[in-house]
Ligand binder design. Structure first.
Ligand SMILES: *Cc1c(COP(=O)(O)O)cnc(C)c1O
Length: 394
């Protein structure tokens, strides 16, 4: 059976744990989404913008030198070559185009480091919709360049000063806005999290990654991969890669979380490795929480992995054993950041470096002919300054 079911559930996970006032916008969105994606016109427009504007299909690159170091055949899915430098654009072009088809005149989004905010602002500029981005006060200070980028793109950034003044609070505020504005506003969620239908909808806009990978790999290798490896923050780039292989039972799915300073400390964002089922942002999934259900502060060297929740479909994959989840700590991610840069001339995003690192750390287990695809979710230019400061080279 295709999941989610009609209640938006993946097994016990997912659903719509939202206040009554959010039910009608969510129902409207589900209904209009299902109608719209059937339209040939919408599909044609989406394909056009993904190709001509965002630069798809992205290459599947055989990393020859890196493969020699690992002792297996390693391919990189180059989402870092998508326009704006990461996979997030796949989702925002899809959702903002959907908003336009739903005759909305405004979009809103939440953002942590600003990556999803910038991707939403880009799509809003492209399709001519007004855009307001909610961002925690602390994040605004930390990510001033992305705040400027959003403004440059014609968006408005709204500072959030509740709670920890970071991503989860920005998401709460965006939901509050949407409750009173949904007649003309669409809320663009940035990952496969949130209440139904978002985990399904965002997944469906990201599966272009896995579909392309399958086609490209079958053409080159004439067989399916042994491993698919991707980093997991909210879980969208990994779900986009995994999903088209769901029924190919010999393809192993590996999700890599932000291990921060180590899983024996409290400074990590390894939700699936160390969390427990709970409710956050309208859905039942693994959450980093204390015994009272209060959300733990998280840490990761990469801002994109620094989230205390995860998409419900990943929790389902974990429970059923379809995917395995591991954590890579900050130091190992940094080593992988260097190694890929030196061996292939590709500077990966710190998020993606976690996936690269898992492959390096496990090279003993691979056979020479194993085919491994790593999702290179984004490029590392955004992280270069931070890494230089951490390493004291600036
Ligand atoms: C946001 C981001 C991630 C994490 O988000 P997912 O929803 O887990 O994909 C990973 N890599 C990059 C480059 C990002 O910008």
């Amino acid at each position: 059976m295709k999941l989610p079911d009609k209640y938006g559930k993946f097994g016990i996970f997912g659903g719509k744990f939202a206040p009554e006032t959010l039910m009608s916008p969510l129902e409207e969105l589900e209904k209009r989404y299902k109608e719209t994606i059937k339209s040939g016109m919408f599909r044609k427009d989406l394909k056009y913008y993904l190709e001509v504007y965002a630069g798809r299909p992205t290459p599947l690159y055989f990393a020859k030198s890196f493969s020699e170091k690992i002792g297996a055949r390693v391919y990189l899915k180059r989402e870092d070559m998508a326009f704006t430098g990461a996979h997030k654009i796949n989702n925002t072009i899809g959702q903002v185009l959907l908003a336009k088809y739903m005759k909305k005149t405004r979009v809103i989004a939440e953002t942590g480091a600003g990556q999803h905010g910038v991707a939403t602002a880009t799509a809003a500029a492209l399709f001519g919709l007004k855009c307001d981005v909610y961002m925690g006060e602390v994040d605004i200070k930390r990510q001033s360049l992305n705040v400027y980028r959003m403004k440059l793109l014609g968006s408005n950034v709204i500072s959030v000063s509740s709670g920890t003044k970071t991503l989860k609070d920005a998401m709460n505020e965006a939901m509050r806005d949407w409750i009173s504005s949904f007649e003309r506003t669409h809320y663009v969620i940035g990952s496969v999290a949130g209440p139904h239908p978002y985990p399904m909808l965002v997944r469906n806009f990201q599966i272009v990654i896995g579909k392309e990978t399958k086609k490209q790999l079958l053409k080159i290798e004439k067989k399916l991969p042994d491993y698919l490896v991707a980093c997991v923050g909210g879980g969208s780039n990994s779900m986009g890669l995994f999903y088209p292989f769901e029924n190919d039972r010999n393809v192993k799915f590996i999700g890599v979380e932000g291990g921060g300073k180590g899983l024996d400390t409290n400074l990590h964002s390894a939700t699936l490795c160390k969390g427990s089922p709970g409710i956050l942002h309208g859905s039942l999934s693994y959450v980093l929480q204390n015994k009272d259900g209060q959300i733990h502060p998280t840490h990761s060297i990469s801002a994109g992995l620094d989230y205390p929740g995860v998409g419900p479909e990943h929790s389902f994959y974990k429970e059923t054993g379809r995917a395995q989840y591991f954590a890579v700590n900050d130091n190992d991610a940094l080593k992988a950041f260097h190694l890929l840069s030196e061996t292939e001339g590709i500077i990966p995003a710190l998020e993606s470096a976690h996936a690269v690192s898992w492959v390096i750390n496990n090279k003993e287990k691979f056979r020479q002919n194993d085919i491994i695809v790593i999702n290179l979710s984004g490029r590392g230019d955004k992280d270069v300054q931070e890494v230089a400061e951490i390493e004291g080279t600036l």
